[in-house]
Ligand binder design. Structure first.
Ligand SMILES: [Ca+2]
Length: 311
C-alpha cells in the first residue's frame, strides 16, 4: 500500500497525544513530521510533549518547534483543561536521545511539501499559526499541499465564547489565511467532536492490551474522566476525529460549503462562518463535518492505538 504523507501540526495537549498515537498506528498514512504550536499550553510545553512522546514510544520522526504566539492579541488564556504542561497528570520522561529538528515548523512544511510533489496532507489540530506563517513565507505551498484536515471551529456555538471554538479563537487571523488559501479543506469542528467521546469500555480495553501507547492512552483517559467528574470536559477525542476524517471518511457526514473566519467581531472573533443553507451565494471552499457515526470511530481509534509502536 502506498502510504499518504502527512505532517501533524499540534498543540499537545491530551487529545493531541491520543491523535498522534493513533496516527502512528494508521497503516494508510506516513507521518513525515510532527510540528509544534502554541495553544493548549505554551509552545515550550507542546514541543517538549511531542519530543518526549515520540521517544517514549520509540518512534523515529522529525519533531520541530513552532510559533509561540498567535497573530491575534490574546492575553494569558491557558486553561486547566490539559493540566499545567499539557498532558493532564501524565508524566512522560524527558527525552534523552532525541532532539528537535534544526528547522522551525514553517520550514519543515516547505521542505517536505517540495519533496512530496503535491501529495503532502496536513493534519492541523491546534491553532493555525504555523500554517499561516508557512503560507506567507512560501506561497507555492498553496499548490503543493493536497489537503488540510483540521480540528477547529463549529457551525453552531463555541466552547471558549458562545460563538468561537478554542483553536480558531486563539488565532482567527491565521485561520482566515488558511481558509482563504484555496487549499482543499476539511473542517472537523465541535458539531461532531463534542460527540466523539470515549468511555470506561475503551479505557479498560486499552489498559488490558498493555502496550506503551495503549496504557498511556488509558492513563490520559483516566485523567479526562476525573476532569469530567470535576465539572470539566469529558473524554472528547477532538483531534483524533480530524485524523479519522482523513482515514475513515465513512464515520462522518460532511457538507461542502463556503467557510470563512470572523476576525473583527467584538463578540464573535474566532467564529467560523459557514453557509450550509447556501444563502450567501459564495463558492464552497471547504467540506464541513456535520454528523458522526460514533461506534465506527471508537472501534477504529482503539485499533489504531493498539497498532501504534508495532510497525
Ligand atoms: Ca489540539
Amino acid at each position: 500500500m502506498t502510504q499518504r504523507p502527512f505532517i501533524i501540526d499540534c498543540d499537545t495537549g491530551t487529545d493531541d497525544a491520543i491523535a498522534l498515537m493513533a496516527a502512528f498506528g494508521c497503516p494508510e498514512i506516513k507521518v513525515r513530521a510532527v510540528t509544534s504550536v502554541n495553544g493548549n499550553v505554551r509552545e515550550e510545553y507542546t514541543s517538549a510533549n511531542n519530543l518526549n512522546l515520540m521517544e517514549y514510544l520509540g518512534i523515529d520522526v522529525e519533531v520541530s518547534r513552532g510559533a509561540t504566539l498567535p497573530f491575534y492579541p490574546r492575553g494569558n488564556y491557558y486553561g486547566t483543561t490539559h493540566g499545567r504542561t499539557g498532558l493532564g497528570d501524565v508524566d512522560l520522561p524527558d527525552a534523552q536521545h532525541s532532539s528537535f529538528s534544526k528547522d522551525m515548523a514553517p520550514e519543515v512544511i516547505r521542505r517536505i511539501a517540495a519533496e512530496e510533489n503535491g501529495e503532502l496532507e496536513l493534519l492541523v489540530v491546534g491553532p493555525m499559526t504555523n500554517i499561516a506563517i508557512a503560507l506567507s513565507l512560501y506561497p507555492q505551498l498553496k499548490e503543493q499541499i493536497k489537503h488540510i484536515w483540521f480540528m477547529g471551529g463549529a457551525v453552531k456555538g463555541g466552547n471558549v465564547t458562545s460563538t468561537a471554538e478554542f483553536n480558531i479563537w486563539v488565532d482567527p487571523v491565521a485561520a482566515k489565511i488558511v481558509t482563504e488559501s484555496g487549499i482543499p479543506l476539511t473542517m472537523v469542528g465541535l458539531d461532531v467532536t463534542e460527540k466523539a467521546v470515549l468511555g470506561r469500555k475503551e479505557e479498560k480495553e486499552l489498559r488490558e492490551y498493555g502496550s506503551k501507547a495503549s496504557v498511556l492512552t488509558a492513563d490520559i483517559l483516566e485523567y479526562m474522566f476525573k476532569r469530567c467528574q470535576g465539572g470539566g470536559e469529558d473524554a472528547l477525542m477532538h483531534d483524533a476525529l480530524a485524523l479519522a476524517a482523513a482515514v475513515i471518511p465513512e464515520c462522518l457526514t460532511c457538507k461542502e460549503t463556503f467557510l470563512d473566519v470572523e476576525c473583527r467581531g467584538e463578540y464573535t472573533a474566532g467564529h467560523t462562518v459557514t453557509d450550509l443553507r447556501g444563502r450567501m451565494g459564495k463558492k464552497p471552499n471547504a467540506s464541513v463535518a456535520v454528523e458522526l457515526s460514533l461506534d465506527i470511530f471508537k472501534d477504529w481509534l482503539v485499533e489504531c492505538i493498539k497498532r501504534c509502536g508495532k510497525a
